[in-house]
Design a protein around this ligand. Structure first.
Ligand SMILES: Cc1cc2nc3c(=O)[nH]c(=O)nc-3n(C[C@H](O)[C@H](O)[C@H](O)COP(=O)(O)OP(=O)(O)OC[C@H]3O[C@@H](n4cnc5c(N)ncnc54)[C@H](O)[C@@H]3O)c2cc1C
Length: 478
C-alpha cells in the first residue's frame, strides 16, 4: 500500500479544531461508536480512524477540507457504506478522518419543466426515487443497495444497476454537481443543462472518482416520465451462445421500451430456490440459462404484452430460446425479479465466493463465460461459476462459489490468482476489469496492468491538479 509520506496523524489540537467545525454532537471519537463506519457490510475491509465527522452542510465540508489540507490530514469520504471495493473504509493506521455525508439530506429543488431535481449528497437512493415519484416522475437508477446507498456515493462510484440499458449509469443521470475541493473551495456546478459544451466536463471527472478528487455535496439529477405500463418476461435458454442474438432481436423490435435485460445461470437459480424464502422455479423443467427482461412505457396503451409475446415467439422460432413466461401480475413480475435480486446474497449460503465485476462487448459474453469457466475448472476443480448480470450492458458478475466441502479459507486463498487469470481473458476480449463497482482498494494494484500507461499518467496528473497534497482518499483508486 503506497501512502504519501506527507500525511500526518491529526494531533489533539487538530482533532479539537475538526470537532469544533461540526459541533461535538456530530463528531465521533469513541472507538465503539465509530465501529459501523470502519467496516463494510461483507466484513472484507476493516480500518481505523482518528475521527468520524458528520458535517451538516457544504460549508462545513469546506471548512473540514481546508483544515485537512493545511494539516495534511488524510480524509475518507463515506456515503451509505455499501461500496463493494473498500473505497469508503479507512486504512488501518488510525490517522485518517472519515467524513460521513449522512446529514446532507435536503431536497433543494424540483423543476418539472426541466425534468430535474437538486438533492444533497446524503439522501439515500431510495429516498431520491421517492422524491421523484411524489413529484410524478421517475428517477430510474436502481440498485439492491438503494435503501442505504447515497446519491453522493452512487455518483462517486458511477453506479449502474439493472436500468442502465435504457437510462444510463449514474453519470448519465446527473446534469450538475456541487463539489468541495481538496483546499476547501466549493465548485458550484449545479447546472441543469442538457447541453453545455463550454470546455472540459468537470462533472464527468468527479463522477466515478471514488472520493479522490472532491467531495460531492449536491447534485442536479435527471427525471423521467413515470412508467405506466410494464411487462416482465423470462425466457429459458439451452445455451448462453444464443442470448446475444435474442437480446439484439428484443432491442431491435422494442427499442427504448426494453429497459432491462439480465441473464441468470441455472446454478444461480438453484441457489436462490434453495436459500431464498418463498421462491419457486418459474418453469416446469430446468434450463441452462435464463434471460429476464422488461418492457416499459410511460403510456398505458403501449400494448407491451403483445410485443413481448411476439418477441418470445420469434425467439423460439429462431431457436434462440427454448421456453418463455410473461408475468401476468405484479406479484408474478416481483417473483421473477426476486430470482435475480437474490442471486448475489444466496451465494453466501454456499460458502466462499470469489467475485469479478467485468464488462466485455455484448457479443463476447458467451466466449468470456466459456473461457472463464474452463479456467476455473483447471485452477480449482469443482469450483462452481455463477456468472449473472446485465447482459444488455455486457456487464457480468462472474462470481465463483467454492467446491462443496472445501475449506472456505483454502478456496478464498485463490482470490488474487483467479482474478488475475479471469482479467486476462477480459482484457483479451477488449473488456474492463471494473464495470460498475469501481477500483477502490480491491482493484487498485490491478489498474496498472489493465490500463494503458498513458491513461494512468493522465489520471495521476488530474489527481495532482485537484488534490496536490493527496489528502482525499489516498491509497484508493490510484
Ligand atoms: C447489495 C448490494 C448491491 C449492489 N448493487 C450494485 C449494482 O447493481 N450496481 C452498482 O453499480 N453498484 C452496486 N453496488 C455497489 C454500489 O457501488 C454502491 O451501492 C453505491 O454506489 C455506493 O454508494 P454509497 O453511498 O454506499 O457509497 P460508499 O460505499 O459510502 O462509498 C463508495 C465510494 O464513494 C466515495 N464517496 C461516497 N460518498 C461520497 C461523496 N459524497 N463525495 C465523494 N465521494 C464519495 C467513497 O469514498 C468510496 O470511495 C451494490 C452494493 C451492495 C451492497
Amino acid at each position: 500500500m503506497k501512502r504519501t509520506p506527507k500525511h500526518k496523524p491529526p494531533g489533539p489540537d487538530t482533532i479539537d479544531a475538526f470537532v469544533r467545525i461540526v459541533g461535538a454532537s456530530h463528531a465521533i471519537r469513541d472507538e465503539a461508536e465509530m465501529a459501523p463506519y470502519l467496516v463494510e457490510w461483507r466484513d472484507r475491509y476493516r480500518g481505523k480512524a482518528a475521527l468520524v465527522l458528520k458535517p451538516g452542510d457544504a460549508s462545513e465540508v469546506s471548512s473540514i477540507l481546508k483544515l485537512a489540507n493545511e494539516t495534511m490530514t488524510a480524509i475518507v469520504p463515506q456515503g451509505g457504506n455499501t461500496g463493494l471495493v473498500g473505497g469508503q473504509i479507512p486504512f488501518e493506521s488510525g490517522h485518517e478522518v472519515v467524513i460521513s455525508l449522512e446529514r446532507l439530506t435536503h431536497v433543494r429543488d424540483i423543476d418539472l419543466a426541466s425534468n430535474t431535481m437538486t438533492v444533497e449528497a446524503g439522501l439515500t437512493l431510495a429516498q431520491a426515487q421517492a422524491v421523484a415519484a411524489s413529484a410524478g416522475r421517475l428517477f430510474p437508477l436502481s440498485l439492491a443497495s438503494e435503501g442505504s446507498a447515497q446519491i453522493g456515493g452512487v455518483l462517486a462510484t458511477n453506479a449502474g444497476g439493472t436500468a442502465v440499458l435504457a437510462y444510463g449509469s449514474a453519470r448519465e443521470l446527473a446534469l450538475g454537481l456541487e463539489v468541495v475541493l481538496a483546499g476547501g473551495e466549493v465548485w458550484n456546478g449545479l447546472k441543469s443543462l442538457r447541453k453545455d459544451n463550454s470546455g472540459y466536463d468537470l462533472k464527468d471527472l468527479i463522477v466515478g472518482s471514488e472520493g479522490t478528487l472532491g467531495i460531492i455535496t449536491a447534485a442536479v439529477l435527471r427525471l423521467f416520465p413515470k412508467v405506466a405500463e410494464k411487462v416482465t418476461c423470462m425466457a429459458g435458454l439451452d445455451a448462453l451462445e444464443t442470448a446475444p442474438a435474442f437480446f439484439a432481436r428484443a432491442l431491435e423490435r422494442a427499442g427504448p421500451a426494453l429497459t432491462a435485460f439480465e441473464i441468470l445461470p441455472r446454478i444461480g437459480v438453484e441457489f436462490v430456490l434453495r436459500h431464498g424464502q418463498g421462491t419457486r422455479d418459474p418453469f416446469p423443467s430446468p434450463h441452462q440459462w435464463y434471460a429476464l427482461f422488461e418492457l416499459t412505457s410511460p403510456r398505458d396503451d403501449a400494448l407491451l404484452a403483445p410485443l413481448a409475446e411476439f418477441l418470445l415467439a420469434r425467439g423460439i422460432e429462431a431457436g434462440e430460446i427454448a421456453d418463455a413466461i410473461v408475468a401476468t401480475s405484479l406479484s408474478q413480475s416481483e417473483a421473477l425479479w426476486r430470482l435475480r435480486e437474490l442471486m448475489s446474497e444466496v451465494q453466501k449460503e454456499e460458502g466462499g465466493s470469489i467475485k469479478h465485476d467485468i464488462a466485455v462487448p455484448v457479443a463476447s459474453v458467451p466466449e468470456f463465460v466459456a473461457r472463464a469457466n474452463r479456467l476455473v475448472e483447471l485452477m480449482i476443480p469443482g469450483a462452481r461459476p455463477v456468472p449473472f448480470g446485465h447482459l444488455g450492458d455486457g456487464n457480468i458478475h462472474y462470481n465463483v462459489s467454492q467446491p462443496p466441502g472445501m475449506e472456505r479459507a483454502v478456496f478464498l486463498a485463490n482470490w488474487e490468482a483467479l482474478n488475475a487469470a479471469v482479467h486476462e481473458i477480459v482484457l483479451d476480449l477488449g473488456g474492463s476489469i471494473s464495470a460498475e463497482h469501481g477500483i477502490g482498494r480491491l482493484k487498485r494494484d490491478l489498474l496498472p496492468h489493465a490500463k494503458q500507461k498513458i491513461a494512468l499518467d493522465i489520471m495521476r496528473k488530474i489527481k495532482a491538479a485537484f488534490d496536490p497534497n493527496n489528502i482525499l482518499n489516498p491509497g484508493k483508486l490510484l
